[in-house]
Design a protein around this ligand. Structure first.
Ligand code: SF4
Length: 332
């Protein structure tokens, strides 16, 4: 029987997602799952994400609806405000927007839920940090710039190669456009960082392109960098394998199969690339980041001394508190 090759891109180039509005009972949560030990707080304005990254592991297993239906937590700003008003703790951790979706995905352009939540966080003097792959955040430049000492913005960028990016993350803002956005925030004094993730063996790990990404990001004003190598789960691998074969990248599919499954390194249901590979590539990134005058790692906070629930003295990124991230913290 002839081998059935899936139509190129078919499974992730489906329709514009349905949008559903929902009311939530609570909004601010302690970080759970893999982030649990970090002990911070998170809030997700949306369920689902239209970016359609092929490696997405925001769900615990493959849920196609995650791409196809975006649930808008319509009353999130009001619930957040109620939670902050009733906050009983001695201090409050920075809030991570958002751990299980991209809070600046396309729907934010219409719903503005993230913006309204940020306004509430600012009203209560709560520090926050945002990871996004989107340029939509630019419309909130003034908002974040006015709060620059208590927020930090991260852009997760997998590659500078926009033709490849269009395949693996079809609805994500092109990298060169993101660099212009980073530049605008950096010029306004907002702390900006680039998270080079995921580095995909055989696909996005070309050293020349990685170096170019770091160089251009640093030139755009990104001061901090982090990085991580792709980890796989069974459902993620089957999606990625289908994708790679559909674009004729059998070489990358074979390499990844060998890397992740010939001598499996597993933890909590995920498969990891060989440690020597992870160490080598992260070391490469760290070296290049320093060569381009930026810092590898993220600033740390000093929140335990705070004595007010509003964190009025909180500085999310005091220079003197910066800790160089150890290589091991990025090599799981
Ligand atoms: S941006 Fe994040 S949450 Fe959205 S599809 Fe990509 S990996 Fe998943």
């Amino acid at each position: 029987m002839a081998k059935v090759i899936p139509e190129p891109h078919k499974w992730w180039q489906r329709r514009i997602p349905l949008v559903e509005e929902k009311r939530c009972k609570t909004f601010l949560h302690g970080l759970s799952g893999e982030y649990k030990d970090e002990g911070g707080l998170t809030a997700n304005p949306y369920i689902g994400c239209a970016h359609r990254c092929c490696y997405c592991y925001a769900t615990y297993e493959w849920v196609p609806e995650f791409y196809d239906k975006i649930v808008v937590k319509q009353n999130a700003p009001q619930v957040l405000e109620a939670q902050l008003r009733m906050w009983k703790g001695k201090y409050i951790e920075p809030v991570f927007l958002a751990s299980a979706t991209d809070s600046y995905q396309p729907q934010e352009g219409r719903s503005r839920i993230t913006r309204k939540c940020v306004e509430v966080l600012q009203k209560y003097n709560v520090p926050y940090y945002i990871f996004t792959k989107s340029g939509t955040i630019l419309r909130d430049l003034e908002l974040h710039a006015a709060y620059k000492d208590k927020c930090m913005l991260f852009w997760s960028i997998s590659t500078i190669d926009d033709s490849l990016k269009k395949i693996i993350e079809p609805n994500v803002t092109p990298t060169r456009s993101l660099l212009k956005v980073i530049n605008k925030f950096s010029e306004r004094g907002v702390q900006t960082a680039v998270n080079i993730i995921p580095i995909i063996p055989g696909l996005t790990d070309d050293r020349i392109k990685l170096d170019a990404l770091i160089k251009e990001s640093a030139e755009a004003g990104a001061r901090y960098f982090t990085a991580g190598v792709l980890r796989l789960r069974g459902d993620i691998w089957s999606r990625m394998k289908m994708l790679l074969e559909s674009i004729g990248r059998y070489d990358a599919a074979r390499l990844m199969q060998a890397f992740y499954y010939s001598k499996p390194i597993t933890e909590q249901g995920y498969y990891y690339a060989p440690k020597s590979y992870r160490e080598e590539i992260i070391q490469f990134v760290e070296t290049k980041v320093k060569e381009h005058g930026a810092r590898f790692g993220i600033p740390i906070s000093d929140s335990p001394d705070l004595d007010s629930p509003q964190c009025s003295d909180f500085v999310l990124h005091p220079k003197e508190k910066f800790e160089e991230a150890s290589l091991l913290s990025f090599v799981q």
